[in-house]
Design a protein around this ligand. Sequence first.
Ligand SMILES: C[S@@+](CC[C@H](N)C(=O)[O-])C[C@H]1O[C@@H](n2cnc3c(N)ncnc32)[C@H](O)[C@@H]1O
Length: 337
Amino acid sequence: MFNISQRRYLGNKSSILPFIENIIRDEIGDFDSFCDIFSGTGVVGSYFNASHKTIIFNDLLYHNFVSLNAFLNPESFDKDKILEMIDSFNKLSTAEENYFSVNFGNRYFSLNNARKIGAIREKIKRAFLENTINKKEKEILLTSLNYSIDKIANTVGHYDAYIKKDLKEVGFEMKMLNIDRTKNTNNKIYNRDANNLIRDIECDVLYLDPPYNSRQYSDAYHLLENLTLWQKPELKGVAKKFDRTHIKSEYCKTTATKNFEDLIINAKAKYILLSYNNMGNKGNGRSNARISDADIFRILGLRGHVKVFEQEHKEFNTGRRKRDDNKERVFFVEVGE
Ligand SMILES: C[S@@+](CC[C@H](N)C(=O)[O-])C[C@H]1O[C@@H](n2cnc3c(N)ncnc32)[C@H](O)[C@@H]1O
C-alpha cells in the first residue's frame, strides 16, 4: 500500500514531523483543531489526524486536493472493487496512442508506459461517468496512479524538465492507499487560495508552509495536474506544460510579503506556526527567499511575541548537495500574547 508520505515533493516536511510535534507539545499542549493551509502532500496535517480532532487541509493545486481527499476525507469506498480495478490496470498493455503518450511518451516515461498511463486515466474517467465508481473511489485511483508513476518518472523528482536519455522499459505498479477512515471523521479539505480561505475558517493551530522562493509548484507538478484534471489542454515548450497562469502562487512573486501580511492579519487562530527556509540571499536567484526575516518578525509580531525554533534538515532538493547552513526553522506565535 502507498502511505501518504511515499511521493517526492519539493519542500515536503516528512522528515521534520517530530520537530514540529515537539514544538506543539511544549508550547501548546492539547488542541482541538489544526489547519494545514499550504498542505502539499498533507503529511503535516495527517500526522496530527485523529477522530476527536478537526483537521483542515488546503492546497492551490488540484492533484494535491484530490490526493488529500483520497487519504483524508471521511467518505466511504469499496476497497475490494478498487483492488480489482488496480489489479486489472496493472495487467493492462496497449499499443494505442493517446493524449498522454503523444505528449509525454519518450520524454517523462517510456512510450509503452505513457500509453498505459493514458489508457488507465481514460478508464478511470469512464468508470466515474458510468457510475461504476463514486467520487472517493475515483480520488483513490487517481492518487494511486500519481504515486505509482512518480516511482518511474524520468526526472529528478519533479516535472520542470525530463532527463534526456534513452528510456529503459521499467514497469510501474499501482497500489491501494493506506487510508484510516476512522480518523477522518471531522476533516475538511479545500482547493482554494490560502488568503481567500483564511477569511472563512477558524482553528486552534494554524500551520503555514508557503513556498519560499520563486519556484512555482504549478511548474514543478504540471504533469500531475494535467493527468488528474484530464482536460487535455494544448501544451507548450520542451517540458510540455499547459497554461498555468491561474494557479501561479503569489508567495513565489515579489508580492509575497504583502500576501503574507494579509494572511496573518486575517488569521483566526490561537497559535500560528510558520515554516520558512533560511536561504536568504545565499543561494542562486531562484532559491532566494521571497520574504525577509525582518518582514517575518514584523508581520508575525503584529499578532504576538515571536519565537523561533531551528533544526538541521536534509531537504529534498532534487539530488543536489545539501547546503551546510540548511536549517529548518519554525516561527511560533501565541496570538494575543
Ligand atoms: C512548501 S509546499 C508545502 C509542503 C507540505 N507541508 C508537505 O509537507 O508536503 C507549499 C505548498 O503551498 C501550495 N500553495 C502555494 N501558494 C498557495 C496559495 N496561495 N494557497 C494555497 N496553497 C498554495 C503549493 O501548491 C505547495 O503545495
